[in-house]
Design a binder for this molecule. Structure first.
Ligand code: KG4
Ligand code: ZN
Length: 339
């Protein structure tokens, strides 16, 4: 027998209800219930998300415990996302975690959602060889775009972040304009693979330092298409893949400009990507080729740890547990919690 803790982890910050059981840094189960209800609305409807979390949370946790073959009495702690995210969604996971902590009399461990995306790289089966500190992490999701210097599991600093929309939003909003289902990122990715990335040009907003801006790109996308559609009403239908490939290239250019600047300025030779958009195949290829070109070690997370999942909350919870960082029952969900 080892002394590693069994931790139940809950993620409910947006539109995925997820529960995982960890044994130290090892994932025993990682169950995700994605909410299909939002597809019809072309985006996440907060009230519906909260209601779906309430319906999903008990069966998802139950399933995670069954898959892990762990009894509630064996759990040593409960970790949960306390922010950032949608308030109504966060509240469901927070209340659930509090009630488990109280009934089992085990520590309650709050986890920052964005720390968790990064720490997913520390999960035992995330990489063949463990990731080395310090590393730079480009965290790209539907709600955030951040460039982070990571010196240790509990020692990280934001170098730059978006001043408006997240890159995931830029994917999703453009996808909606050309009639792709929500969330559009994976659809743009799929079409971009067979399109011409040089087919058309989109503006690339300039921001100082390591910060990003994406709201102008969506507008540039809309105007560029409106102009072409005026000349040819079938333009979008005839060139969907080329449009996606060109737009994806523009978004990746913006991300890589800042990432390459950070690599150069800091001299850090280990670079990771995290968050839902790190599932993007163009981003993955480009990071790999940057690694070869600049002799940099690159870390690409397995798909199951890119989009929102509870295993990443579990690994972050594990490091909080080791540091003795737990909360009492007065803790509340926080839509905007400090990094
Ligand atoms: O991390 P995540 O699951 O949730 C947030 O915390 O926001 O990220 C969701 C975002 C969505 O914007 C979705 O379109 C995007 O990740 N995404 C992708 C891909 N897969 C998911 N974007 C581009 N290419 C993909 N393959
Ligand atoms: Zn996320």
């Amino acid at each position: 027998m080892d002394n590693l803790p069994y931790i139940l982890a809950i993620e409910s910050s947006c539109d995925d209800t997820s529960a995982a059981v960890m044994h130290g840094n090892k994932v025993l189960s990682n169950e995700v219930a994605s909410q299909e209800v939002h597809t019809a609305y072309g985006g996440v409807v907060p009230e519906l998300a909260s209601r779906a979390h309430q319906q999903n949370i008990v069966p998802v946790v139950d399933h995670a415990l069954k898959v892990a073959n762990i009894e509630p009495s064996q759990l040593n702690a409960i970790a949960f996302t306390n922010g950032p995210g949608l308030m109504g969604s966060l509240l469901v996971g927070t209340s659930f975690a509090k009630s488990i902590s109280m009934s089992l009399n085990i520590p309650l461990i709050p986890v920052h959602h964005m720390h968790a995306h990064i720490l997913a790289h520390l999960i035992e089966d995330a990489h063949d060889e463990p990731i080395d500190f310090p590393f730079l992490c480009l965290t790209v999701s539907g709600g955030h775009t951040q460039l982070v210097k990571v010196d240790g599991p509990k020692d990280m600093q934001i170098l730059g972040e978006t001043i408006d929309d997240a890159v995931g939003e830029a994917f999703d909003k453009a996808a909606k304009i050309i009639g792709l289902p929500y969330p559009g990122g994976p659809h743009v990715d799929r079409l971009a693979k067979v399109g011409d990335p040089k087919f058309m040009e989109f503006g690339r907003p300039q921001v100082d330092g390591y910060n990003f801006s994406f709201s102008g790109m969506k507008t540039s996308f809309l105007y560029a298409l409106q102009k072409r559609v005026k000349e040819n009403p079938d333009f979008v239908e005839n060139h969907k893949a080329d449009i996606c490939a060109s737009y994806q290239r523009a978004l990746l250019d913006v991300l890589f400009k800042k990432l390459e600047k950070a690599i150069k300025d800091t001299g850090i030779k280990h670079v990771a990507i995290a968050g839902g958009v790190s599932a993007n195949s163009g981003l993955r290829e480009r990071l790999t080729s940057l690694g070869y070109r600049k002799n940099i070690r690159t870390y690409i997370p397995p798909f199951q740890y890119t989009t929102d999942n509870a295993a990443m909350i579990g690994i972050a919870g594990y490091y909080n547990f080791l540091a003795g960082d737990s909360a009492d029952l007065s803790i509340s969900a926080s839509a905007k919690v400090k990094f």
